[in-house]
Design a binder for this molecule. Structure first.
Ligand code: HEC
Length: 402
């Protein structure tokens, strides 16, 4: 490696030390009930806010060139948000505050205007730091529960499917004019802007909405002074999670004016939330708050020697590639354990990539006996120190904070 590169890289490493993983958050125990807590509930005055960094996730592409280009080519930025947590005997509540100068509301009928939104994600049953679910979507046997709240215009979805106002054939207005007006009035009177959803996922393409009421959560979003405040409360324990000690949580926000939706968003890594007064999970806190032990400068050399950037775009100067997900910002939201697993066991979690029909020559996986098998080279032959070094290097790959 030439001198300029080496010194640039050590500079990069020095910077990342300063922007290390987000610290653990403490959820304060309160005696007030957190059932259906709102943004303006008085109990929030007891909460302490911590800064959490949300990184642009670039692994997922959509069939929308413009949105992809906005996410990929326009230098995407990381975003700082403030997070506070509380818990009572029954529920955990989180408040997320983030700056957003444009209040974007999802409009039911239009397809090119997207609403702002936020999500809070909980790792299902895991207590093992090395076996956290894949961030954002969970992984096989390691489910996540995702609470999503979006800013929408008024909608009415009595069957939990689509807004009924959009399910009407409006061609026949001449015949149904009076009935249609009555119908529209009825829908408007029942509609509300509370677009709240809960999902469970165990890997890509497994996202399933929980509609049977088995999760008793409540969330809302309020926009004031160019800032969104999102709140969520949910049970500490239900069919999907059992939150005790140290709880891995992740936060995502969508910015509608940047065409953010679905996979294109800003996402935090797993954050350790300690339930005040309970026994913390020291191994989990260590995994989520300390930098990996490898040598990032060496890791860059090992990655180059092993041809990682033959398939991946890693540095901004590498060409974009259809072969594999971009790793330009992978260090922001991925845990060290996940990165290690990606290298030595590529098929443990398979990022499915582009629409396979559109890019059939460069699939990111093949189906073997119904199982997705990654097309990535298996690097399990690498020594432990080499893998540690690559992981340390990948963890330095983060977008700048806006
Ligand atoms: C032959 C092409 C190829 C090579 C060489 C390759 N990869 Fe990959 N890699 C892929 C593909 C395809 C995926 C997406 C499918 C999957 O998740 O395994 C992937 C996924 C990943 C992911 C997960 C990305 C995410 O967004 O979650 C990481 C991390 C990764 N590779 C690291 C590496 C490292 C480090 C090297 C070099 C030691 C390497 N890869 C070499 C093809 C490759």
């Amino acid at each position: 490696m030439n001198k300029v590169l080496t010194s640039l890289l050590s500079l990069g490493v020095a910077c990342t030390a300063a922007m290390a993983a987000d610290a653990a958050i403490t959820a304060l125990k309160v005696t007030d009930s957190l059932d259906a807590i709102k943004a303006d509930s008085a109990v929030w005055s007891k909460a302490k806010f911590s800064s959490v960094t949300l990184y642009p996730q670039t692994a997922i592409y959509m069939n929308d060139k413009k949105a992809n280009a906005l996410a990929e080519n326009v230098k995407p930025k990381a975003k700082k948000v403030d997070v506070a947590a509380l818990y009572d005997g029954k529920n955990i509540a989180l408040m997320v505050k983030w700056a957003d100068g444009t209040k974007d509301i999802q409009k039911g009928a239009t397809t090119t205007e997207y609403g702002d939104g936020f999500a809070v994600q909980f790792a299902g049953i895991t207590k093992l730091p090395e076996a956290l679910p894949y961030i954002g979507m969970g992984s096989a046997g390691r489910p996540v529960v995702v609470h999503l709240q979006k800013a929408t215009e008024k909608i009415y979805e009595p069957n939990g499917n689509k807004d009924v106002g959009l399910q009407i054939n409006r061609q026949q207005t001449g015949v149904f004019e009076k009935d249609l007006a009555e119908f529209d009035n009825k829908v408007a009177s029942l509609a509300n802007t509370d677009y709240e959803r809960v999902f469970v996922a165990e890997g890509y393409r497994s996202l399933t909405e929980i509609k049977d009421g088995s999760v008793k959560s409540s969330s809302e979003m309020v926009h004031a002074s160019n800032t969104w405040t999102g709140t969520l409360s949910r049970p500490l324990k239900d069919e999907y999670v059992n939150l005790t000690g140290t709880v891995p949580v992740s936060i995502a926000v969508w910015d509608g004016s940047k065409m953010n939706r679905n996979g294109i968003k800003n996402l935090s890594a797993w954050i350790a939330v300690n339930l005040d007064g309970q026994k913390p999970n020291a191994a989990m806190i260590a995994e989520l708050t300390t930098d990996p032990k490898g040598n990032a400068v060496k890791g860059k050399e090992v990655a180059a020697a092993n041809g990682c950037n033959g398939c991946h775009q890693i540095e901004t100067t590498d060409p974009t590639s259809f072969m594999a997900p971009s790793l330009r910002f992978v260090g922001g939201y991925s845990s060290a354990a996940y990165l290690r697993e990606s290298i030595v066991k590529p098929s443990a979690v398979v990022v499915p990539g582009y629409n396979r029909n559109a890019h059939s020559n460069t699939p990111w996986y093949n189906l073997e006996k119904g199982k997705r098998v990654s097309t990535m080279t298996d690097y399990s032959h690498l020594g432990k120190a080499e893998v540690d070094d690559i992981v340390a290097y990948l963890k330095t790959l983060k977008a700048e904070v806006e």
